[in-house]
Write a protein that binds this ligand. Structure first.
Ligand SMILES: [Zn+2]
Length: 383
């Protein structure tokens, strides 16, 4: 089966070509045709009439969508999240956990394994799990449930990893045992990431030396930049090889901070995430988050204490915000929506429109809302 998507504006890292075409055979992109090349016969030809064609977005930090949370621990929850994420342009994601009990985490991992084992889904692909906690400093709990906090415990990570792959672990690097924990995560090929932390810059240097290269929702619930102690924000800015997650809903980071971070870190080290909770794609109201209640007003989720509790961001709107704020070329910005995630987490053959890559493709309108989505070369969403 050969499919040809023609008359597209192809945007991929360092590439922006009008009137080009992409050939898909089975799961792969097998050729790109430039505007002056003649096109071969194909079983299916889709004329996208000049619309943008991008690599599918990879959301490495997402808890929920459309009323469901990954930690509901059911196949139904993951299935609904994975289908609805297609509408936001997301073709791969890391199911992200909350700070909950081990029993609930175990149920969630079993559900993920069962879901990923099916091969009939018309949905975004779950490529693994991002464990957000439960290894957090009680002083930096944010909107995580304090009841289930614990010290870094590689045994727990190993038990869960044996059920379904853990790709990334977010934890407070200043906790007792965190250095050994970092070393063991690196040995297991799992990306360690700084999060929810009161760590000093000196703490950061120790985990960086052990191989930590990610920072979770940069600036949010971490030591800020101070002129006598640069903290974790200073560490992330100083170390050029560190990747940072950014929630670009204009609630978690103001527009000026988004602009500043793009100027300092550049598009090679930024990864846009949603950190969306279950209210994403839903109306305002009250929603459960890890056993607590968040009130959502005008799309902003907060606990009764006033603490922001995740986002309700739809992925493509984050790109829209960043494009508007930074004015950077799209062939640069698409690095932050899929390529950096794929290469830093070892998600092979994802994140580019290039021969030999997996055909995870979105066709977008000018506001980046997807009108057509392909996963594994198969059309899985049409608006
Ligand atoms: Zn989160």
């Amino acid at each position: 089966m050969k499919t040809l998507i023609k008359n597209a504006r192809i945007i991929s890292p360092d590439i922006d070509i009008n009137n080009a075409s992409v050939q898909i055979e089975d799961k792969l992109i097998t050729r790109i045709y430039l505007p002056d090349e003649s096109l071969p016969h194909a079983d299916s030809v889709i004329d996208v009439k000049g619309k943008m064609l991008l690599p599918g977005f990879i959301d490495i930090h997402v808890h929920g969508r459309s009323g469901y949370d990954f930690c509901d621990g059911t196949v139904e929850a993951i299935d609904n999240m994975a289908r609805k994420k297609l509408e936001d342009g997301v073709t791969s994601f890391l199911g992200t956990t909350l700070t909950v009990s081990e029993a609930q985490l175990t149920a969630t991992f079993h559900a993920a394994a069962e879901y990923a084992g099916r091969n009939d889904q018309a949905s975004a692909r779950i490529t693994g799990v991002h464990l957000e906690g439960p290894f957090f400093n009680s002083k930096c709990v944010g909107a995580q449930n304090p009841e289930f906090l614990r010290l870094p415990d590689i045994g727990l990570v190993k038990r869960l990893h044996s059920i379904f792959p853990v790709k990334k672990v977010s934890y407070s690097i200043e906790l007792e045992g965190a250095l050994d924990f970092t070393r063991q995560l690196v040995d297991m090929g799992i990306m360690p990431s700084c999060a929810h932390s009161a760590a000093k810059y000196s703490d950061f240097k120790k985990v960086w030396a052990l191989g930590l290269r990610h920072m979770t929702h940069f600036c949010n619930v971490m030591t800020p930049l101070h002129h006598l102690e640069v903290g974790l924000v200073g560490g992330g800015l100083l170390h050029k090889d560190v990747f940072i997650e950014m929630i670009c809903d204009k609630i978690h980071l103001c527009p000026e901070m988004i602009q500043l971070l793009f100027e300092i870190k550049g598009t090679d080290k930024i990864m846009l995430v949603t950190d969306a909770m279950r209210a994403a794609g839903m109306s305002d109201g009250e929603y459960d988050i890890g056993g607590m209640t968040a009130s959502v007003k005008n799309g902003c989720a907060r606990l009764s204490s006033g603490v922001v509790a995740g986002s309700t961001l739809l992925y493509y709107r984050g790109l829209h915000n960043v494009h508007e704020i930074t004015g950077l070329p799209l062939k640069e910005l698409v690095k932050t929506t899929s390529w950096n995630q794929a290469r830093s987490l070892g998600l092979e053959r994802l994140g580019k429109i290039e021969t030999g890559y997996i055909a995870d493709i979105i066709i977008c309108d000018n506001d980046f809302s997807p009108s057509l989505v392909f996963v594994d070369g198969r059309q899985v969403f049409v608006r």
